[in-house]
Design a protein. Structure first.
Lengths: 413, 272
C-alpha cells in the first residue's frame, strides 16, 4: 500500500475510533453562512477582436456555509469536525465529448469522431466537503502550550489559517493558489511563553480538501511546513512560513519512467502586521518557486517563480460613531509573468478593494453574530506580461460584492 | 497650499481618532470572572462613593468572557480567576492589546459537601477519583452509604480551569457531573443534595455547606499565604498596558489597605 494511502487510512480510522473511546465533556455546535450578491463587469473580446465592457456575472449565492462540531474529551484532548457547504464551487469531474468535425451530425456517432476532455461541474444544487476533521492532543510532549494535531486541519502557512474574511476576498495565498486552507496532515503547533508568538511544523498530503478524481495528486511525497510568528511588542507581528510541496508522480508506477510534469514547489511567505488603536495594517509577501526536475529541455522553460504582495488596511470606526463599522482596503499585486509565454496562467495582476463592514448583534464578548459587507474590487492585467487570453478570456474586471454573514455557536455541556 | 490643507486635514483626523479612541471619560467597564465579581462590585461601590465622578460598570460572564472583552477592546478591566493563557496573550498582543496583570486578592478553591456529610478530609488523589467517576459512593471514603453527586463549574469558568489543573491534572470530569454556571449555583446544589460535592471560591462558602480539608489542610489565610493549601490561587485584573487614569486609581484602591479590607469582608484572602 502506498505511504500516502496508509497515512490517510490511519488518520481516518483514528478519527472514527477516538469518539467511541472517549466521552465528551462538552460539545460545541457552530455555524457560519455567507449569502452573497456578486456583480462583475469585465472587458471581453468581441467579434472584431476589441475588448468591451460586459456584465459577466450577476447572481446570488450561498458562497460558503460552515457547520461544525467541536468536542472536548478532556482539557487536553479535543476534536473538531466542520463541513463546508456551498452553491458555487464545482463538485464533480466528468468526461465531456465533442465532435471532431461539426459537419458530422448523423447518429449514431462513431467514436473516432469524438474528442474526450475532462471537465468539472456541479451536479447538485449545493456541494458539501469536509473542511476540518482533526483531533488536538495537548500535553503529549512536555512543552507548555504545544498541541499535536492530526487529521484534516488548517494549513499553517501565511495568513491562510487565521484569515477571518474581514474583506470578502480570500487570503492572498488562497487567492493565488499558493497554499490550501485545509489539508490532511500531522502538525505540532504551539505558543511561545508570554504571548511572544506561535509556531507550527507539520507534514501534509499537499493537495488541500477540495480536489477530486484526477485532480488529486498522484505521488508519494508529503508537503512539509514550518511557520513562525513573533509578537515582540504589542501591535507588531512578524511572521514567516516555508512549505515544500510536489505535484504529480516523479516516476511511473510501472517501468519507472520519469514524469516530465513532476513539479517541485518551494513556497515562502513573509508577514508584517501593525495594529494600533483602531488601525490594523497587514502586509504579506509571497514567493512560489516551481521546478520541473524531469523536464528534458535544456532551457527548463517551464520553470518559473511567482511573487506577490498584499497590503490590507482595516480601520474600526466603533469608537467614533458608536456603531461597529469598519472601513477596509486592500492592494494586491501578483506576478506570474515568469511563466512561458503560451501558458494560460501567465499574468501580472494588480487588484484593489475598498469596502465597509457593519457588524451587529454582538454577544457578551463583543463578537458580532452578523456582518454585512460591501466590497468593490478592480483587477487589471499587464497586457505585455499576461497571456493574450488573460483570465479565462476576461481582461480588466470590476466586481461588487454584497454579503451577509451570520454565525452562531452553542455549547452543550 | 493644497498640500498644507491636506496635511492639516490628516493631522486633524488622526487627532480625532486618537482622542476618541483613548478618551472614554469617567466610565470604566469591568468584565469577567464570576469569582472576582463580588470583590469587584463591592470595591467599585466603595470607590465610586469616594469618586462620584467615576462610573464603574461591573459584569460577570466568566474569565473567558472577560479575556475576550479585553481582546476586543470592549472592557477596560478584565476580571480573571486564572492567569491568561499564552494563546490568549498572543491573540491580544497581535491586535495591539497588551494584557497587564494585577493581583487583587488571594483565593482558595474550597471543596464543599452537604452539611450532613461526615467526611472531613479528602486528598487530592481522592478528589480526582471522585471527579473522574472512579469513587462513586461516600462509604468508600469512610462516609455514609450514599452515592456521590458530583457538582462542577462549567468548562468556560476560570475556577474550573484552575481546579482541573490542580486537582484533576487535566483529566476529564465524569460525564454524570452537574456543570453549573456560577459559584452560587454550586453552593445551592450542594446545600440541597445530601450526597453532593462541589468546589467554589472561598468567598462563596456559606454555613449551608461543609468545607472539607484537602490533604488535611483547611483553606485559610495562613495555608494560602504560606503556600501549603493545594488549591490556592490568585485573582487578577487585567488591563491593556499599564493601568492609567481611573482604572489605575481603582486597582490601586483595591490593592490598598481599604480595598483589601473589602476583599476580606467578601470572604477572600488579602494580598499581604
Amino acid at each position: 500500500m502506498p505511504m500516502q494511502s496508509k497515512f490517510k487510512m490511519i488518520m481516518g480510522l483514528g478519527l472514527l475510533i477516538l469518539p467511541l473511546l472517549a466521552n465528551a465533556v462538552e460539545t460545541k455546535l457552530s455555524g457560519e453562512f455567507w449569502g452573497r450578491w456578486i456583480n462583475e463587469t469585465a472587458k471581453k473580446k468581441n467579434a472584431a477582436g476589441n475588448y468591451t465592457d460586459k456584465v459577466v456575472s450577476n447572481y446570488l449565492s450561498l458562497e460558503r456555509g460552515y457547520f461544525g462540531l467541536e468536542t472536548k474529551f478532556s482539557e487536553l484532548t479535543k476534536a473538531r469536525f466542520t463541513v463546508d457547504i456551498f452553491t458555487t464551487d464545482k463538485t464533480h469531474e466528468y468526461t465531456a465529448y465533442t465532435l471532431n468535425d461539426s459537419s458530422q451530425v448523423a447518429l449514431p456517432v462513431e467514436p473516432a469522431t469524438l474528442t474526450a476532455s475532462t471537465k468539472t461541474g456541479s451536479l447538485d444544487g449545493a456541494g458539501l466537503k469536509i473542511k476540518y476533521a482533526y483531533v488536538d492532543f495537548g500535553g503529549l510532549v512536555p512543552i507548555p502550550d504545544l498541541t499535536l494535531t492530526t487529521g484534516m486541519q488548517k494549513v499553517y502557512f501565511g495568513t491562510i489559517y487565521d484569515w477571518t474574511y474581514t474583506l470578502i476576498g480570500k487570503a492572498p495565498t488562497d487567492e493565488y493558489k499558493v497554499a490550501n486552507s485545509a489539508d490532511l496532515g500531522v502538525t505540532l503547533n504551539g505558543y511561545l511563553p508570554q504571548g511572544f508568538g506561535e509556531y507550527a511544523i507539520g507534514a501534509y498530503n499537499g493537495e488541500g480538501y477540495k480536489k477530486v478524481a484526477s485532480s488529486l495528486k498522484d505521488n508519494t511525497d508529503f508537503a512539509y511546513l514550518a511557520n513562525l510568528r513573533l509578537t515582540p511588542i504589542p501591535g507588531v507581528t512578524l511572521g514567516g512560513s516555508y512549505m515544500s510541496n510536489t505535484v504529480g508522480r516523479e516516476k511511473a508506477l510501472d517501468g519507472e519512467a520519469l514524469n516530465a510534469s513532476y513539479e517541485e514547489q518551494q513556497l515562502m511567505d513573509g508577514l508584517l502586521r501593525l495594529a494600533y488603536g483602531p488601525v490594523d495594517v497587514w502586509g504579506e509577501y509571497i514567493s512560489k518557486n516551481v521546478k520541473y526536475p524531469n523536464e528534458t529541455s535544456a532551457s527548463k522553460t517551464k520553470e518559473y517563480t511567482a511573487t506577490g504582495l498584499s497590503i490590507i488596511l482595516i480601520i474600526s470606526l466603533k469608537d467614533f460613531v458608536k456603531t461597529d463599522v469598519q472601513l477596509v482596503g486592500r492592494y494586491d499585486t501578483w506576478d506570474e509573468s515568469d511563466r512561458i509565454a503560451g501558458d494560460k496562467s501567465r499574468s501580472k495582476l494588480n487588484a484593489m478593494t475598498f469596502g465597509a463592514n457593519y457588524n451587529f448583534l454582538h454577544d457578551e464578548s463583543a463578537v458580532p453574530a452578523m456582518q454585512l459587507q460591501l466590497n468593490y474590487t478592480t483587477k487589471s492585467y499587464d497586457e505585455d506580461k499576461s497571456h493574450s487570453d488573460f483570465a479565462d478570456g476576461k481582461r480588466d474586471t470590476s466586481q461588487i460584492n454584497l454579503q451577509l454573514k451570520w454565525r452562531f455557536a452553542n455549547t452543550i455541556k | 497650499m493644497k498640500k498644507i490643507a491636506l496635511i492639516l486635514c490628516l493631522t486633524l483626523a488622526l487627532s480625532m481618532i486618537t482622542v476618541s479612541a483613548f478618551a472614554k471619560g469617567n466610565q470604566l467597564t469591568c468584565t469577567g470572572s464570576t469569582t472576582v465579581l463580588p470583590v469587584a462590585q463591592a470595591t467599585a461601590e466603595a470607590f465610586m462613593d469616594k469618586h462620584p465622578e467615576v462610573n464603574i460598570s461591573v459584569r460577570g460572564g466568566g474569565s473567558g468572557v472577560g479575556v475576550a472583552a479585553l481582546q476586543n477592546g470592549t472592557a477596560d478591566i478584565c476580571n480573571s480567576s486564572r492567569p491568561m493563557k499564552a494563546k490568549e496573550i498572543t491573540a491580544a498582543k497581535s491586535k495591539g492589546i497588551n494584557p497587564t496583570a494585577y493581583f487583587i486578592a488571594n483565593d482558595a478553591i474550597s471543596i464543599v459537601v452537604h452539611n450532613n456529610n461526615k467526611v472531613k478530609n479528602l486528598s487530592i488523589a481522592q478528589i480526582k477519583k471522585i471527579y473522574t467517576g472512579v469513587i462513586k459512593n461516600w462509604k468508600e471514603l469512610g462516609g455514609a452509604n450514599l452515592p456521590i453527586v458530583v457538582v462542577s463549574r462549567d468548562v468556560a469558568s476560570g475556577t474550573f480551569e484552575v481546579f482541573n489543573e490542580k486537582a484533576l491534572s487535566g483529566a476529564k470530569v465524569s460525564e454524570t457531573a452537574q456543570l453549573l454556571a456560577s459559584n452560587n449555583a454550586v453552593i445551592s446544589a450542594v446545600a440541597n443534595t445530601p450526597g453532593a460535592i462541589g468546589y467554589v471560591g472561598l468567598g462563596y462558602v456559606t454555613d449551608n455547606v461543609n468545607v472539607v480539608m484537602v490533604n488535611n489542610l483547611m483553606p485559610s489565610d495562613t495555608t494560602v499565604k504560606n503556600g501549603t493549601y493545594p488549591l490556592a490561587r490568585k485573582l487578577y485584573m487585567y488591563t491593556n498596558g499599564k493601568a492609567k487614569g481611573d482604572a489605575a486609581s481603582f486597582i490601586s484602591f483595591i490593592q490598598s489597605a481599604e480595598g483589601q479590607k473589602i476583599v476580606k469582608e467578601q470572604g477572600f484572602i488579602t494580598l499581604n
